[in-house]
Unconditional design. Structure first.
Length: 589
């Protein structure tokens, strides 16, 4: 059938390292079974290190069983969804495996979300229990009733800090709160956050004293969903991606095969990627527990703190996004840190510039390679060999048991090597489908093939290259931003007539958000006013950094906005940054 045979021949296998097999065996288990086995194999090994405090695998297992028992007492059972709204703290690891232990479904949620973003996700997931950080309670309290939440389990960043830091944390928070009140011109202490009537608040640490649950629960690994991970679509509507226990276990098994030089010895990994993103969840959390690795937890990435942790704990692995490596490279005194423990770093979520790769490898002596994935594939499908042939600008080779082809976006037929089309992938890591969205599932899953929405090409050696995005997705600092969502907020502003959002090149974030705005006749608005308006309604990374005022947006004959024309205009203006942020109150001259 056309050029299908070219891809069916899987030319990429000729470039696999000899140690990586073309096909693997995948366990059909509850993912929590890995914790049970690892705790038996390495009971005293540190599962997490959090500001110096160590939690062994045996302790982690005990906490997970107790927390699972507490969740069961709140009515959580097989198939029930539980939202976890936490940064990278030990509580996130405990809660994640406790839900899986019961056969439940984890809904990982970004702690940076605004109330409107939280409401959509929590309501759509149809859940009753949330595990959340105390710092987000003011936002969460606004939506829990409308979302149907009945139980909120609250924890603090300080809960698992070592003794001295735990004692100092309330003082530090009080000082920061006073500074924030002074900055805003207030003098009174912030009011105590109370949850609405009918919503019960529980203390996380208290629940760890609950009688332990039996288990882990038996699951149908290929059918039962372990993770409901929300992502955006071409319209900006957030959809829940259903990833089964088998999907996630398969992707971890593929990671282990790709990291063959580290296989057989428990590693240490810098957990800088957030667990609420599937990239961090799979390549750090799931992989670590499967292999018995120690996770150095970073609740928030900061380059100087990262190099200190790299020097102190000597990890071998550091999965990340390009902006993390850029930030470390840019530290003025980075040469004085000893970073030579790193052996393998896989960069994803955005293109990795060759100069960044070369500089980071020179600083560390380790290997930094580019890969590719998407939430719908658990997420990794491709990467360059870590200890083999890699090609600059390429996302590398499909992983074991992963098929890939480039197809014509209109006909769905494979195109010849070298030609551009839509990337399609098929493998054991590909999702079950979108949560309660059969039509949208059918649109992207065809005979097991996942249409990624990304435009790509394959060369004669089987290396793949992402050329452009079929979707208008913006990737800034590793975070996915969907223009429609930002545009919807801008349209809520009383002075805005039309708005279009595109991503423009940024040397640090990879891309940044630019908004093109047409104001209503007789209305005025400044970039600062629009930015402040957006910050009240969007997570900070989604807020436009640049605003351009136009008399009208470029459109097709049928009235569709020409985003391509806007991106081209942005590229031509790159040498005139002052033009991107007009200080005028209305339309610029």
């Amino acid at each position: 059938m056309g050029f299908a045979s070219v891809y069916d021949a899987r030319p990429w296998l000729e470039h696999y390292p000899a140690e990586v097999p073309a096909s693997l065996s995948y366990p059909e288990i509850n993912l929590a079974q890995w914790l049970e086995e690892t705790a038996a194999r390495y009971p005293d090994r540190a599962a997490t290190i959090y500001f110096g405090a160590r939690l062994s695998y045996q302790q982690l297992r005990q906490h997970v069983r107790a927390f699972a028992g507490a969740l069961a007492s709140l009515g959580v059972g097989p198939g029930d969804r539980v939202a976890i709204i936490l940064p990278n703290v030990p509580q996130a690891v405990i809660a994640y495996y406790a839900v899986l232990w019961l056969g439940g479904v984890v809904v990982m949620t970004n702690p940076l979300y605004t109330p409107r973003e939280l409401l959509h996700q929590l309501r759509d997931a149809d859940l009753r229990v949330v595990v959340a950080l105390d710092l987000i309670l003011p936002r969460l309290a606004q939506v829990v009733s409308d979302a149907g939440i009945r139980h909120v389990i609250v924890t603090s960043v300080a809960d698992f800090l070592p003794g001295p830091l735990r004692l100092l944390y309330p003082v530090r928070q009080a000082v920061q709160a006073r500074r924030e009140r002074r900055r805003r011109g207030g003098t009174h202490p912030a009011p105590v956050v109370r949850l609405p009537e009918g919503v019960t608040r529980h203390d996380f640490r208290s629940l760890l004293r609950h009688p332990p649950a039996d288990g882990p629960a038996r699951v149908r690994a290929r059918e039962d969903v372990a993770l409901l991970q929300y992502t955006g679509g071409t319209t900006g509507t957030s959809k829940g991606v259903m990833l089964t226990h088998f999907n996630l276990a398969a992707n971890c098994t593929q990671i282990e095969a790709w990291l063959y030089k580290i296989k057989g010895q428990p590693a240490t990994v810098l957990a800088a990627l957030p667990f609420f993103h599937v990239y961090g969840l799979t390549t750090v959390l799931n992989f670590a527990v499967m292999s018995g690795a120690t996770m150095i937890l970073m609740p928030r990435f900061e380059a100087r703190e990262a190099v200190k942790l790299l020097q102190r704990h000597r990890p071998q692995l550091f999965p990340g996004v390009p902006t993390m490596y850029v930030a470390i490279n840019a530290l003025p005194d980075v040469e004085r840190f000893r970073l030579d423990s790193l052996e393998a770093c896989i960069s994803g979520a955005a293109p990795l510039p060759v100069a960044v790769q070369e500089t980071f490898e020179r600083l560390t002596g380790g290997r930094l390679i580019e890969g590719y994935g998407l939430t719908e594939a658990s997420p990794v499908t491709h990467s360059n060999p870590i200890w083999g042939r890699r090609k600059a600008g390429s996302i590398g080779l499909p992983w074991p048991d992963t098929e890939a082809r480039v197809v014509d976006p209109a006909s769905g037929e494979p195109v010849p090597p070298g030609e551009i089309g839509e990337l399609a992938v098929r493998g054991p890591q590909v999702m079950k489908g979108y949560w309660r969205r059969p039509e949208e599932t059918a649109a992207v899953l065809k005979d097991g093939w996942l249409l990624t929405g990304d435009l790509a090409r394959m060369d004669e050696d089987g290396y793949f290259y992402i050329v452009d995005r079929k979707k208008d997705l913006i990737i800034a600092g590793g975070f996915n931003i969907y223009p429609r969502e930002v545009e919807d907020v801008l349209y809520e502003h009383p002075a805005v007539k039309e708005a279009a959002v595109v991503g423009v090149e940024d040397p640090y974030r990879g891309e940044t958000v630019r908004a093109y705005v047409v104001l209503k006749e007789g209305q005025t608005a400044t970039p600062d006013q629009l930015e402040a308006f957006c910050r009240e309604r969007l997570a900070s990374y989604k807020v436009p950094r640049q605003f351009v005022f136009l008399d009208e947006l470029p459109k097709t004959l049928v009235g569709k906005v020409l985003r391509r024309a806007l991106r081209e205009s942005a590229a031509s203006e790159a040498q005139a940054p002052d033009a991107t942020r007009s200080p005028a109150a209305g339309r610029p001259a």
